[in-house]
Write a protein that binds this ligand. Sequence first.
Ligand SMILES: [Zn+2]
Length: 230
Amino acid sequence: MAIGAHPDDVEVGAGGLVARFVHQGIRVGIVDLAAGEMSTNGTVEERRQEAQRAALMLGAVWRKCLGLPDRDIALIKENVQALVTLIRESKPQLIICPYWEDRHPDHVNAAKLTAEANFDAGLKRIAPHLPPHRAKYIWHYFLSTAVEPQFVVDVSPFYEIKRAAIKAHQTQFGKDREQQTFLNTGPGSMLSIIESRDRFYGARTGCMYGEGFITTAPLAVKDPSLLMGV
Ligand SMILES: [Zn+2]
């Protein structure tokens, strides 16, 4: 289960990972916590259609919007409960969500909300009409703030898919929009940042493009020789 605060977060932070998992036959669902109604460009309906197109490109089996208020993703019981229901219904092994430090408060809260919901989803006395389920792993991807990752996934063969999925969000990343924003304009635009960051992580780990991730739990390595590329 790939969780984003807004309809393009998953593509930006982990589009390559999603495409890679899908290629391996792993089923991926995407959850957008908010519909993006506070964004400078694009209507909610346009953004919904763009998100669905991007999900198709990545190969996700479903994409849902939880409909929480944009710029006000609050850590309140109702929001936690809405995500608990989705976790129990879809039973993910792994959840990916934004890194917990970021300039956008929604990204920070998306990370916290995910941790709380995944915890509660495993408690059988909470909302007992659905059987408990807790994802075993949570990995955090990077949006505005990128720090030293704990591991980098080589997404080079899937980078064209990632680019296309990001650009599917035309209202946000298209250059012809009514208002210029940091997402769509200039050498320091979001697109440049994403690609430079992924290229940097790739170069650090010996591949063209890499996506970095952080977890709060240690990663178990069954076969350490794989860490040497053997
Ligand atoms: Zn966002």
